[in-house]
Write a protein that binds this ligand. Structure first.
Ligand code: ATP
Ligand code: MG
Length: 233
């Protein structure tokens, strides 16, 4: 059996950056690696991902969202992860079951006991050998995620988003326009609950989780990741 390592953390915490570096590091050591991600690690998963990320005018309630993530995971574990582990590959997965507890449980406040049961069902009770939690203050993560998105967005849209944000920050400083700021605060609180949620999951299972300071520079984070992988070798 190969090892199963999951990469968790809030938006912009560095998961995708580090999973690639970790995969390179393992391959250099002759270890067969499968890099995968949720949602979207199978053909069915990519259709589900499309639904989840490009909602357009299509309403998706929190409960339906939870079940779509679970459907993606059920297929991912059976079609991709378990066969790869059985072949002796190391599977590095960008978000897994903990993300559902953090986002849908702590973030959207759906019933955590039910999510745990659903997670057991969708994962065939598969648990990661190691979970790397990239922890970062909410503002810093959102700022990074926004910068990355700006790089793939048309210039006009980028300018508009940047202007809106500048206005928002100015309003916060001046204590004005609290009505307009409500969505911003809601999103901020949502991401704050996710961060706290992840940290409490890590505290529950300290033998599985390693908390990594995601605010450090990419190379420092990479070295810490490799240090934890070495312990699994
Ligand atoms: N340690 C770091 N220091 C500074 N910038 C970083 C660091 N790690 C990643 N970044 C940059 O921050 C942005 C977000 O990183 P990345 O995509 O790896 O995060 P993520 O956790 O996968 O985010 P998401 O949850 O949105 O998928 C990227 O532009 C990336 O280059
Ligand atoms: Mg990512």
């Amino acid at each position: 059996m190969g090892k199963f390592v999951t990469f968790e953390g809030g938006e912009g915490s560095g998961k995708t950056t580090q999973i690639k570096l970790a995969a390179d590091w393992l391959r250099e050591r002759g270890i067969p690696v499968l890099e995968t991600a949720e949602p979207g690690g199978t053909p069915l998963g990519r259709k589900i991902r499309e639904i989840l990320l490009n909602r357009g005018s299509c309403a998706i309630g929190a409960e339906a969202e939870l079940l779509l993530f679970a459907a993606d995971r059920a297929q991912h574990v059976r079609e991709t992860i378990l066969p790869a582990l059985a072949e002796g590959q190391w599977v590095l997965c960008d978000r897994f079951a903990d993300a559902t507890l953090a986002y849908q449980g702590f973030g959207r406040r759906l019933d955590a006991a039910f999510i745990r049961t659903l997670n057991d069902f969708s994962t065939c009770s598969l648990k990661p050998d190691l979970t790397l939690l990239f922890d970062l203050p909410v503002e810093a993560g959102l700022e990074r995620a926004k910068k990355r998105t700006a790089g793939i967005k048309p210039k006009a849209a980028e300018d508009r988003f940047e202007r809106e944000d500048k206005e928002l920050y100015k309003s916060i400083r001046d204590g004005r326009q609290t009505q307009l700021l409500l969505p911003y605060f809601k999103s901020f609180l949502f991401h704050g609950r996710i961060r706290e949620g992840y940290l409490s999951l890590a505290a529950e299972e300290p033998e599985r989780f390693r908390i990594i300071n995601g605010a450090a520079d990419i190379e420092t984070v990479r070295r810490e990741v490799c240090h934890h992988l070495t312990a699994l070798l």
